[in-house]
Structure formats: C-alpha cells, structure tokens
Write a protein of this length. Structure first.
Length: 344
C-alpha cells in the first residue's frame, strides 16, 4: 500500500513539474511577443490546454489595459486558431477589434483636426505677412514729426587726459564741461544722424593753467534692418589748446569712420562705437604722418512717455597722431544727461 502511495505521489510531482515547466515556456514566449511559438505551445499542451489558453487570454487582457490592442488581438487570434470554440476568446477578440477600430477612428479624426489647424495657422501667418507688408509700405509713404528724434543735453563733467612725447610734461589731466545736440531722421530701413558737442576745459588739474576747447561734429548713416546696426560716418573735429604742454595749439580737420550706431543691448540701453581715420591738419609747421581715433558711448533712456524721455550717457573718445616715432594722444571721458523727444 505504501508502495502504491509513493508511486502516485511521484506521478503528481512529475506532472506538476512538467506543467510548471510548460507554463514557464509559455510566459517566455508571451514576453518575447512570439505568437507562432505560443501557438506551438498550445498545440503541445495536452490536457492542460484550457489553463494555457486562459493564461494567454489573461495576458491579452492586460495588454488591452496598457493600450497595446494590436498585440492583444494577435494573442487572442492565436487562441482562436487553436480553439475556435473558445467563447471567451471570441468575445474578447470582438471587443478588441472594436477598440482597435475606435482607436483608428480617433487617430484619423485627430489627424483631420491637426491638418485643419495647420491650414488655419498657415492662413493666419499669410494674413499677418500681408498686413505687415502693407503696413511697411504705408510707413514708407508716411513721414511726420515722429520721424525726427532730437536729443538735447548738458555735459557737466568731462575729463581730458593727454600724453605727449614732444613736451616736457609727459601727461596731464584737464576738467571740462559743455553741451551736446543730436538730431536724426528715422525711416524704415535707414537712419540719418547729426551729432555735435562742444567741451570747454578751463584748467589743468595739476598745474591750474592752460585751457582747451573742443568741437566735434559727426554725420552718420545707419541701416537698422540688420541685427547689428552698421553705420558709416563722416565728421569734423577742432581742438584748440592754450598751453605749452601740447605740441599742437590747434588741430582741425575731417574724419571718416565705421561702427555701430545706437545698438540696443537691452531695453532702452544703447551702445554706439566708431573707429575713425582722422584726416587732421595742423596750424603748426609739422604735418602729421598718421592719425586715428575711436569712440565708445553708452546711453540709457528713462521713458516718461512713449515719445518723451530723459537720457544719461557716458562717452569715451581716444585720438592719437604720429610724427615719425613720436606721438601725442588724447583720452576724453564725458558724462552727460538730457531730454529725448520722439525717441524710439
């Protein structure tokens, strides 16, 4: 009797081991998404086919919940290929096919809506472009006082540092003050500027003697259509010195320059920078071999109204001329403030 019981127990354990091994193979095939292999396992399941079919259908149900209806339909169809009479598989396949059709219909409707929005957006951009072009041509024809911004300011603080290899005093510093005016014509695609200022420096800070007067005039044409407003300029400069610390008592002449004009670094904060070739002539006997200059200005506008504001500015000018191996140079630092009319 004990021998019969042992044989029966061994048979049950062996059957369970085979069943567990086959289930493991089925899970592996399902994970690999291999429908052909799943069908082969079902065909060799023998008396456990019902459990294997249910295992495949449970996996299909989980896939539907995850939104993978295509693979779920593939697994359900595999069960039906093996057992066409499986009612649960039939119902599930019908439901999955309906869900798949509904999904395709939703995707088609979403594609139609997206295409409609794309057409509407294209029409809107085209309308905006036509409006902007029409507005641009209207602005070309329309000229008013707003096309003429003006800046008027005072220069309460100016320092002039001079260095010369021609005189006994190598370098010295002057204090000065003055005023400035800037008038412009602004139009789409082009801008004309006329800038002038005068600085009077009454004394040297070290010795208390010697005066200097400097007049600067610059006309510039700028194209604001580029990302960086490139500008060409021409001007005139006159410097008169009453001091033995400078070689030239009076220097005057034209200059030409290239740079950027009123480049807006951030809102209402502007940079102007020019490099100039100085075509000066002198009232002394010696003529210059070469002369050049540079200017870098920073300006900030406090807006009171759209076309009215107050500006503060800091300007730096450098000029140098050469005779042989000798040179004389000037560095001016100016601080100014004033009002802006029709400023853009």
């Amino acid at each position: 009797m004990k021998k019969i019981s042992s044989i029966f127990l061994l048979s049950v354990i062996s059957a369970f081991s085979v069943f567990a091994q086959d289930f493991s193979e089925l899970d592996s095939a399902l994970k690999a998404e291999d429908s052909s292999r799943v069908l082969s396992i079902l065909e060799n399941a023998g008396s456990h086919s019902d459990e294997f079919e249910q295992r495949v259908l449970d996996e299909a149900a989980e896939l539907v919940m995850k939104g993978n209806v295509d693979l779920a339909a593939d697994y359900t169809e595999t069960v039906l290929l093996f057992d066409m009479d499986n009612k649960k598989a039939q119902e599930m396949y019908t439901a999955i096919e309906k869900a798949r059709k509904d999904k395709i219909k939703e995707q088609q409707e979403a594609a139609v809506v997206a295409e409609k929005k794309k057409v509407e957006e294209k029409a809107r951009r085209l309308q905006e472009y036509k409006f902007s072009v029409a507005e641009y041509y209207r602005s070309l024809k329309k000229v008013s006082y707003r096309n003429f911004p003006v800046e008027i300011g005072l220069i309460p603080l100016a320092f002039d540092y001079e260095a010369s290899s021609f005189t006994e005093t190598d370098s010295f510093l002057r204090y000065g003050f003055g005023g400035e005016v800037k008038a412009a014509f602004v139009h789409p695609g082009i801008k004309f500027d006329l800038n002038l200022d005068y600085i009077h420096s009454p004394v040297m800070l070290a010795s208390g003697e010697g005066t200097k007067g400097e007049f600067n005039l610059r006309a510039a044409v700028t194209s604001p259509v580029f990302p960086v407003p490139l500008s060409l300029s021409a001007g005139y400069r006159n410097r008169t010195v009453k001091s033995n610390a400078s070689l030239y008592k009076s220097i005057s002449g034209p200059l030409i320059g290239i740079g950027v004009n009123d480049f807006e670094l951030m809102q209402d904060f502007f940079l102007t920078a020019f490099f100039d070739l100085d075509l000066s002539s002198s009232m002394s006997d010696s003529m210059q071999d070469f002369a050049f200059g540079a200017e870098v200005d920073f300006k900030y506008i406090f807006r009171i109204k759209p076309m009215l504001g107050i500006y503060v500015a800091e300007k730096n000018r450098f000029n140098a001329f050469f005779i042989g191996h000798e040179s004389e140079s000037y560095l001016d630092c100016l601080f100014s403030a004033g009002i802006v009319l029709n400023g853009r």
